[in-house]
Design a binder for this molecule. Sequence first.
Ligand SMILES: Cc1ncc(COP(=O)(O)O)c(C=O)c1O
Length: 356
Amino acid sequence: MHKKLFIPGPIEVSPEILKAMGTPMIGHRMPEYAQLHKGVTDKLKQLMFTKERVFLSTSSAFGAMEGAVRNLVGKRCANFCNGAFSDKWHNVTLACGKEADAFKVAWGEPITPELVDSALATGKYDAITLIHNETSTGVMSPLPEIAQVLKKYPEVVSIIDTVSSMSALKLPVDELGIDCCVFGVQKAFALPPGLAVFTASEKALERAKGVPGRGYYFDFLEFLAADEKNNTPSTPCISLIYAMDLQLERIFAEGLEKRWERHAKMAEFMRAWVKEHGFGLFPAEGYRSVTLTCASNDRGVDLGLMKKQLGERGFAFDDGYGKIKGKTFRVAHMGDMQLENLKEITTEMEGILQGL
Ligand SMILES: Cc1ncc(COP(=O)(O)O)c(C=O)c1O
C-alpha cells in the first residue's frame, strides 16, 4: 500500500509529474536539452525574482549546500544554527576544510537579525550560512530583517537554504540581496528527490574565482561556463528536469499569490488543529513555518504508536526529528497539497487519538 506522504519531504508527487518523468530521453549535449534547460532556468528566475544565474545541480540539496561553502567561504564562515540541518551544515563546512564558527540558538528559536549583526560586527567572516525554514523544528527565521542587516556587510557572501520554503511564500532573491540561494525539489516543489537548484550573484561568482579547492562536481565556475551554453557540467537528471518544467507551468497556472495564500491557509488550519487537540506549537510565536507544523507532544501521546496506526491507514507521519523525536511531531503542508488533503490526515489522527 502506498502511504500518502505528510512527512516534510519527500512530499506526495502528482501523477502528472510522475508521467512527465517518463518523457523519452534526450542527450544533454543535444539542442533539445539546451532548450529545456533555458526554459526551466528562465521560469525559475521568474519564480525566485532573480536576474542572477540559476544553476541546476544533479544532487540532493546538501550537494549544493556543500558546494556553496566550498566555493564561497574564503576567510571564515559564520554558520547560524537552530536545528538539525543547520547544525549539519556547520559540520559540513568544517568537513570541507573551512574555518568556521557555529552560532547556536535553542531548537525552536529563530536566528535573529541581532545575532547575525553581532557575529558579523566582529569582522571575522566573509560568508554566512543560514537556513530560512529549519525543517527539523518548523521554525522560519525572519529573512527580510536579516537581509537588511546583511546589507551593512558587503564583504560577506550570504548562503541561504530555502530548501523547505522556496515557492511556498514570496522570497525575492535579488531584493533580499541573497548571494547564493539553495533549495531541493522534494519539498514545496513536490517533485521526486535528486535535483537541487542554486543561484549565484555576481559577487558570489567573483568570490569563487579567488577560492581554491572548489573541486569539480560543484565548482560554480564550471556551472557558469556550462550555463553559457544552457547546459550543466555533467550529465543532469533529465527526467527530473522535465518534471520541473511541468511543475513550474503548474505553479504559474495556479498563480504565485494563490499558491502563497494556499500555503498560509493550510498552516493556519494545522496550527489551530494542534492547539484544539491539546498539543503545543514547538516553534516560538511569530516564527512558525508555512510549510510544516512542528507540534510539541504536550499530551504525552505515544507518537510511535500513532505513526504505526496512521501507517496502517495509509498515511506517512513524522514523529519528530533528531533530539526532539517523540517529543514533537511534524505535519507537512506544502507542494501540491490542498486543505482537503490535510483534513484527511487530521481526521484520521482524531480517530486514533480517541483510542490511545
Ligand atoms: C532545511 C533543510 N536543509 C537541507 C536538507 C537536506 O536536504 P537533502 O536531504 O536533500 O540533501 C533538508 C532535508 O530535509 C532540509 O529540510
